[in-house]
Design a protein around this ligand. Sequence first.
Ligand code: HGY
Ligand code: MN
Ligand code: MN
Length: 407
Amino acid sequence: MLHLDERHLLGALDELAVIGAIEGGGCARLALTDEDRAGRDLVVGWMNALGLDVRIDAIGNVIGVRAGQENLAPVMTGSHIDTVRTGGRYDGNYGVLAGLEVVRALNAAGIVTRRPVAVAFFTNEEGARFQPDMLGSLVYAGGLDLNEAYAAADKDGHSVGDELRRIGYVGPAEPGALRPHAFVELHIEQGPILDEEKVQIGVVESVQGISWTEYTVTGVSNHAGTTPMRLRRDAGYLAASVNVFARKLAREMGGNQVATVGALTLRPNLINVVPNRAVFTVDLRNTDEAKLKDAEARVAAHIAEVAAAERVDVEASVLARFEPVIFDAGLVDRVERHARALSLSTRRMPSGAGHDAQMMQRICPTSMIFVPSVAGLSHNVREHTDAADLAAGAQVLLNLMLELAEE
Ligand code: HGY
Ligand code: MN
Ligand code: MN
């Protein structure tokens, strides 16, 4: 059996993690920042060194293609190398670098597969700086118009288009022109299930639905000491009440329902002033679309009720909304079969996090391979996956891609 070089994979992960390195061993490479450019340049250099034909498309997706014997639709793997601000070194990076190790193993063995093999990283998967998340793969899959994607702007008003141009990653290739025969994404679970159950490989059947909304609340600033409670129009109070309500709602709904108020800014943000403005986000997710819709409706109703009582105005802006995605059943079965052929323990599961794979399923049979995250930590500098698990996941990827590339 063809083996990949585990040591080289670990070394590449460490080398990429130096770029945007932050206290505690994590990475901060927000999409289209200088750190993201440096990470992109490093990985593109590795792709070139492996002899891949590197194609950069108009939204900055980068795809390294290894020619096959026949000019057929490629077998593609990949993920992302942008991170959140408190990112770990494995989220996204692992799937891209494991894909490069698959190529390295093929090169070392002098194997030319029937189909081409491609390794991709997509622009702005995280959605931490620009929304929606999975922006590059969504454009690639035809789900977002390129100019609409270019117009997405961050908090400082910098647009995706301007930042892509600034870092030199507006490429000539047309997004999605290279339609894969199949897409397989290798990723850390980012949740606690595999680690708690001591299972080695997650066979991912679906990705849960995602609902991101930003609320801008306008109240009246007033003196914290002299303003009676009955006269307050406190924007900060509404924001806080939504956080408490959303937590309670998720607990009540149970199942996969999760709710997060992740971003919150108050103005004037002073100890002795009732806030006249609050901007906050609500992230709701569920594997069941009807339940996700119900959660959205109940949060909206709560906001309307409290806004009326507090006499504040609220504007809502939808930042991302993706329904649950079911992966190709046949390809999911094959992930399971390859993992078991390596005597690895497996369990089928949904993905709690969003991934580029959920967009690629729109255009080709797609599946994901998960490896355990220690203590389920992710989007946290202490994110960790044991070397043996990283190697096992990469071997499943290699074996599955080899099989796909010969059909
Ligand atoms: O938010 C997510 O699930 C992903 O990390 N973009
Ligand atoms: Mn990720
Ligand atoms: Mn992430």
